[in-house]
Ligand binder design. Structure first.
Ligand SMILES: [Zn+2]
Length: 364
C-alpha cells in the first residue's frame, strides 16, 4: 500500500498540470500541457487521458502503481456525480461528465474538486495555511478562485457545488464584464484575463500606441508575465493595472474578513507572482475598507506551494477516497495537528463538509 501513488491534477483555463504524489504529499513527477479548450471538451479529455497514462507509465517505471486520480477543475462542480456544472473559463466543459469518462478510460477511481478548494487543502496541509484554523484563500490565475477554511476544515456551505467563489463577487457594478456574464466581478479586476483586457482596452481607446505591450497585444502574445515585467520596468499602464488588482483584492478581502470574522488570507495562483506590484495597493485598500480590524491585525500571506498547491490538495483527496481517513491520518497528524481537531468548533463540526468521509469525522 505504501508504494502506491495517486495522480493529483489541476485543470485551469491555460494549463493542465498533473503530478505523481505519495500518501505523504511528496511529488515525484510533474507533467504540464496546454488546456486549449478551442478544440472542444472531448479532445481535451483525450489529451488528459493520454497525459494520465503517461504518468501511470512513469509510476510503473518506479515499480509503483497509480490507484486513483484527484482533479481540481475551475468551476462549479457536482462532486458526487463528477460533473463540471459551470465553468466560466472552461465553457466547453459545462455539463461534462469528466470524472466518469476519466474513470472509464484509465480505469481507477477519480475525484473531482474545485481547483481553488484543492489549493486550499494543499496549502492547509503543507503550505502557508499550516497551523491556521480559519482563513480564506484566493487563487489568481486565468480567473479568480477562492476557498474558505474554517475550524481547520474546508467549508462547503450547503454543498451546492461551489463555495468561496470570491472571483464572482461583484465589487463594482459599473466595472468591466466578467467571463461569468456579470459586470464588475473581482475576477474582472484581479485575474490574468483582467490584466490582459486592461491592455487591450488601452490599445482600443488609443491610450497605448507603442512599446512591448502594444506589440504583444497586436500579435496576440500578451501574457500577465509580460505585463508584470513591464510594470517592474516602470510602465505606467502596467503598474496601474497591478494597482487595480491590489485595490480590488483589498476591497474583497475587507468584506470577507468583516463578514466571516477571520483575519488571515492566503493568496496563490500565477498572478500572485506579481506580488510586489499589487501588495501595497492591496494593503492600503484593505485598511481603507475594513472597519472591523486594524491594519496590524490582518495577515495577508502568499501561498507557499506555488503551482503544486492544487496538485497536492487534489492528490490528498484522491488518497482519502481510496484509503479513508486512516490512510491519510499520518499526514494530517504530522503536518497539521489542527486539522485533526476541526470538530472542537461546533460550527465547523456541523458544516465543514467534505468529503465523502466527513461522516466518519474527518474534516474534508
Ligand atoms: Zn464573474
Amino acid at each position: 500500500m505504501e508504494r502506491d501513488l495517486v495522480i493529483g491534477g489541476d485543470m485551469g483555463g491555460t494549463h493542465m498540470r498533473l503530478a505523481l504524489v505519495t500518501p505523504e504529499g511528496r511529488i515525484l513527477h510533474h507533467s504540464k500541457a496546454a488546456t486549449d479548450m478551442r478544440s472542444g471538451a472531448p479532445d481535451v479529455m483525450k489529451r488528459l487521458v493520454h497525459q494520465c497514462r503517461g504518468m501511470m507509465d512513469v509510476a510503473r517505471g518506479m515499480g509503483r502503481r497509480v490507484r486513483a486520480v484527484g482533479l481540481g477543475v475551475a468551476g462549479k462542480i457536482d462532486r458526487r456525480e463528477g460533473v463540471v456544472l459551470f465553468s466560466p473559463n472552461l465553457p466547453p466543459m459545462n455539463g461534462y461528465p469528466l470524472a466518469e469518462d476519466l474513470r472509464r478510460a484509465l480505469p481507477v477511481p477519480v475525484v473531482l474538486e474545485n481547483d481553488a478548494d484543492a489549493f486550499g487543502v494543499g496549502e492547509a496541509l503543507l503550505g502557508a495555511g499550516r497551523g491556521i484554523s480559519n482563513w480564506i484563500g484566493l487563487t489568481l490565475g486565468t480567473g479568480v478562485g477562492g476557498c474558505v477554511i474554517l475550524g481547520g476544515g474546508l467549508w462547503r456551505g450547503d454543498d451546492l457545488g461551489f463555495c468561496g467563489e470570491f472571483g464572482h463577487m461583484v465589487i463594482d457594478p459599473r466595472g468591466p464584464r466578467c467571463a461569468c456574464g456579470m459586470a464588475g466581478c473581482l475576477e474582472a479586476h484581479a485575474s490574468s484575463s483582467a490584466l490582459k483586457q486592461g491592455v487591450r482596452d488601452a490599445v482600443h481607446c488609443g491610450r497605448l500606441t507603442g512599446g512591448p505591450l502594444h506589440e504583444a497585444c497586436r500579435s496576440d502574445t500578451l501574457t500577465s508575465e509580460l505585463i508584470y515585467s513591464q510594470a517592474c520596468r516602470g510602465d505606467e499602464l502596467a503598474r496601474e493595472l497591478f494597482r487595480r488588482v491590489g485595490w480590488a483584492l483589498g476591497l474583497a478581502v475587507a468584506g470577507l474578513f468583516s463578514g466571516l470574522g477571520v483575519r488571515h488570507a492566503i493568496i496563490g495562483g500565477g498572478v500572485s507572482n506579481g506580488w510586489d506590484q499589487f501588495i501595497p495597493a492591496l494593503t492600503e485598500s484593505l485598511a481603507g475598507h475594513c472597519s472591523m480590524l486594524g491594519p496590524d491585525e490582518t495577515v495577508i500571506r502568499r501561498g507557499e506551494l506555488g503551482d503544486d498547491a492544487a496538485l497536492v490538495g487534489s492528490a490528498f483527496l484522491a488518497h482519502l477516497r481510496i484509503s479513508g481517513p486512516a490512510g491519510v491520518a499520518q499526514l494530517v497528524e504530522h503536518k497539521l495537528p489542527k486539522l485533526g481537531v476541526a470538530g472542537s468548533n461546533p460550527v465547523a463540526r456541523s458544516s465543514c463538509l467534505g468529503a465523502p468521509s466527513f461522516r466518519e469525522g474527518f474534516p474534508y
